[in-house]
Design a protein around this ligand. Structure first.
Ligand SMILES: Cc1cc2nc3c(=O)[nH]c(=O)nc-3n(C[C@H](O)[C@H](O)[C@H](O)COP(=O)(O)O)c2cc1C
Length: 350
């Protein structure tokens, strides 16, 4: 099967086309440090072609959810070293997903008193979990001043450097799911009238600059990827024309020579428009079975396939796919709960 064939691009080699999706697991401590047992979780999945970590904050301001990790303090970097060592010891490859929540935040989940920042001062509809106060509405954000944007971009460069220091093989920009980079892309959340808002050429600017900063931070574009989710309305993202926005983004970033563009399918066929518009490596995810993954790769519509919940529930997903074996069902109740239950205790086939 093509799913098990290696992928070889300059500076970016995968042993197979099975990629573990970035998944927030909410097991970090109050200092945004991943637990030691995260090394078992990621290490036991190291035979995937590429593992992408849970979204990880570039700064204290970038964090908005309970118990999510960061990559901006020495303690955080050191804890991640345990994860990368476990994956590398088993011959795997792992990218760190860099995340800035922007307006998707609540004060009870933050270590700083400042309100969240966003392209425009528009509160996102919806609620999020807080350990102290249960479900709470997203906080009202304040708009980033034009003069503050270079500082936010610099945090992506610093986080990317820290990721290299922690031993990661690369970094992925989380520009999907309604977080800060996606908030800049979308017309509903970006109502700026400066160089970062208005026409699509301006709305893609933040994402392009964040990627350039990450390339500087890691020293090579072949160690940088991006995730997008055109048409996904999660976290109150509204865009007048998500396909056109993302095609313009793909054209703007093609000259950068990234490791890959990772598209989460959202039911509007944007992954096909992007495949046609973008000549680089493309990963596609969202609700794939083994057989559909094989068919999409065989048809040349993706270079590798990203698996989320199936990989979460099956540390030995690659060997189960090889054998055509049944999969464990994911337990939603433990997706975001602290501790090892539902994290490192899914059974593997003997
Ligand atoms: C528990 C959980 C946490 C997730 N956290 C993230 C995240 O941190 N970053 C991200 O880009 N996507 C996140 N996602 C979305 C997944 O990366 C993936 O796009 C989605 O699960 C669809 O793929 P699937 O149908 O194979 O699960 C998360 C999904 C789940 C189930």
């Amino acid at each position: 099967m093509k799913l098990f064939e290696p992928l070889s691009r300059p500076g970016f080699q995968l042993a197979n086309r099975i990629v573990m999706a970035p998944m927030t697991r909410s097991r970090s401590d109050a200092a945004a440090v991943v637990p030691a047992y995260a090394a078992d979780y990621y290490g036991s999945r190291a035979d995937g072609g590429l593992l992408i970590t849970e979204g990880t904050g570039t700064s204290a301001m970038a964090i908005g959810y309970a118990r999510t990790p960061g990559i901006y303090t020495e303690a955080q970097i050191d804890a991640w070293r345990g994860v990368t060592a476990a994956v590398h010891q088993r011959g795997g490859r792992i990218f760190l997903q860099l995340m800035h929540v922007g307006r998707i935040a609540h004060a009870a989940n933050r270590t700083i008193p400042d309100p969240p920042v966003a392209p425009s001062p528009i509160r996102a509809k919806g609620q999020m979990w807080t350990d102290a106060q249960g479900m709470q509405p997203n906080d009202e954000p304040r708009a980033l001043e034009l003069s503050e944007i270079p500082g936010v971009i610099d945090e992506f460069a610093a986080a990317a450097r820290n990721a290299m220091s922690a031993g990661f093989d690369g970094v992925e920009l989380h520009a999907a799911s309604g977080y800060l980079p996606n908030q800049f892309l979308a017309t509903g959340s970006n109502q700026r009238s400066d160089a970062y808002g208005g026409p699509v050429a301006n709305r893609v600017r933040f994402v392009v600059e964040a990627l350039e900063a990450m390339i500087t931070g890691v020293g090579s574009a072949s160690r940088v990827g991006i995730k997008v989710s055109p048409g996904m309305q999660f976290n109150d993202i509204q865009d007048e024309d998500p396909v056109a926005t993302h095609v313009a983004l793909a054209q703007a970033i093609e000259p950068l020579g990234l490791a890959y563009v990772h598209v989460m399918r959202a039911g509007i066929g944007a992954e096909n428009a992007l495949r046609d518009a973008y000549r680089g490596t493309m990963l596609v995810g969202g609700g794939f079975s083994r057989d559909e993954a094989e068919a999409v790769i065989a048809a040349g519509r993706a270079d590798a396939i990203v698996f989320g919940t199936a990989y979460l529930a099956n540390p030995d997903l690659v060997s189960r796919f090889r054998k055509g074996a049944a999969l464990n069902a994911p337990d939603k109740a433990t997706f975001y709960t602290p501790g090892t239950k539902g994290y490192t205790d899914y059974p593997v086939l003997s």
